[in-house]
Design a protein around this ligand. Structure first.
Ligand SMILES: Cc1cc2nc3c(=O)[nH]c(=O)nc-3n(C[C@H](O)[C@H](O)[C@H](O)COP(=O)(O)O)c2cc1C
Length: 392
């Protein structure tokens, strides 16, 4: 892919990774992703903002073919998918100075053995003149590492937001055209990377409010010419109202738990509560993470296996605890043969979740009439709590 013009003297560079299927060896990428770098040519100085995964440096190098002089390289975030090619860019342009935050300087030196001499650190709000253009650096720590910042090109009103407002999607659209598709890809990205920092991101969104932004240029996925679409989506994900939704991640080996999950789902639906079921044996955990962003209630379904939850349920619970969704209620349903500590084990795995636990329902073997009645009570309890809270 050749450099693509965003505005006069401002170009997208990078790599569109159509083949990527797993990010950080953790996150499923059904739609691939991209690694975006941006070239800004001022009347006096030229700057490259971020780089690409080191294995794709060849592509970036070709895009830089006609760039004879690079004065600055900005690193907004030290993670290798953006920083990994910095050493190669610096050896191509030995006079270029690397601009970053003091915290990122430390991390870049640790990760990539970049020498301290080539790094200039900036303070929050500092500006860099490129002649007719000015870059302002705005600290946004914990998006999603401690060292992160964004850069605002004042004259052109472009926010280079790095991972903030990113989406995992490979597309030849330079700008987000199919907003519904980008919304889903961005929510996936948010849920898996940003959700644990939702409260901090809420503050950053407030900090960015006074900036007049025409274009948001993130480091993954397409660029936004309609910035309110992606900014408002993030405002909603970090602090918008929870939804009248119960998500039901479950595993069932011999259908007892499955029968309970299906029954509960049906009762909830009858009571006007929306449900999303995730069979953890086959589910894309990214889809589950997306649902965790704004569901009001989580009900985990598990059989008892060797005195505890099924390992796939334990993994999902561990992940949910890491991702810190905003759900307010949680319950556990499932089946056992003779005994165990499934509920205690799962309850002990969610210290980060600020949830009220609604009485679990466990069937001995296949659910009996009494178990279905207990599920009726659970459905009623959830539905009335959702109603009381006004979730829609
Ligand atoms: C590998 C394995 C280990 C199990 N370990 C336990 C156990 O420790 N305690 C228990 O009460 N039941 C145990 N069970 C029995 C299941 O929990 C029980 O059959 C349950 O009804 C299965 O639910 P499901 O049909 O949703 O898979 C075990 C079953 C299997 C297959």
């Amino acid at each position: 892919m050749k450099p693509r013009k965003i505005k006069d003297n401002i170009y997208w560079m990078g790599y569109i990774d159509w083949d990527a299927r797993l990010f950080d060896q953790l996150i499923p990428l059904p739609d691939g992703t991209s690694y975006n770098a941006y070239l800004v040519e001022g009347s006096e100085k030229t700057v490259l903002i971020d780089t690409v995964e080191p294995e794709f440096f060849g592509e970036l190098e070709e895009q830089l073919e006609n760039v004879t002089q690079l004065d600055y390289l900005v690193s907004l975030h030290a993670e290798q998918d953006h920083s990994g090619s910095i050493p190669k860019v610096l050896s191509k342009y030995p006079d270029a100075k690397l601009i970053t935050t003091p915290k990122a300087k430390e991390i870049l030196m640790d990760l990539l053995a970049i020498s301290a001499d080539s790094i200039i650190t900036v303070v929050d709000g500092e500006t860099l003149s490129l002649g007719d253009k000015t870059l302002e650096f705005i600290y946004t720590p914990w998006v999603h590492w401690p060292e992160t910042m964004v850069a605002y090109l004042q004259e052109e009103k472009i926010l280079f937001s790095c991972d903030l407002f990113g989406s995992h999607i490979a597309t030849s659209d330079l700008f987000a055209v199919d907003e519904a598709r980008v919304y889903e890809a961005s929510k996936r990205y948010f849920s898996e990377v940003m959700m644990p920092f939702a409260k901090i991101i809420e503050k950053h969104l407030e900090k960015l409010t006074p900036y007049d932004i025409d274009i948001v240029a993130p480091s993954h996925g397409p660029i936004h010419r309609n910035p309110s679409f992606i900014i408002n989506a993030h405002k909603d994900w970090v602090a918008g109202p929870l939804k009248n939704v119960v998500i039901l991640p479950y595993v069932s080996m011999h259908h007892s738990t499955k029968k309970m999950v299906d029954y509960l789902a049906s009762m909830l639906t009858e009571k006007g509560v929306r449900v999303e079921l995730f069979n953890l044996s086959v589910t894309d955990i990214g889809k589950l993470a997306i649902a965790l962003v704004d569901a009001a209630t989580i009900v985990v379904g598990t059989p008892t296996v060797l005195y505890g939850p099924h390992p796939a349920v334990a993994y999902c619970t561990f992940l949910a605890n890491m991702l810190r969704p905003r759900a307010q209620y949680l319950s556990i349903i499932g089946s056992y043969g003779w005994g165990g500590k499934t509920v205690e084990t799962l309850a002990g795995m969610i210290p980060n979740l600020n949830v009220e636990i609604i009485d679990p329902v466990f069937a001995k073997g296949f659910p009996s009439e009494q178990d279905f009645q207990a599920l009726d009570v659970l459905a009623e309890a959830i539905a009335s709590k959702h109603q009381e809270q006004g979730f829609v």
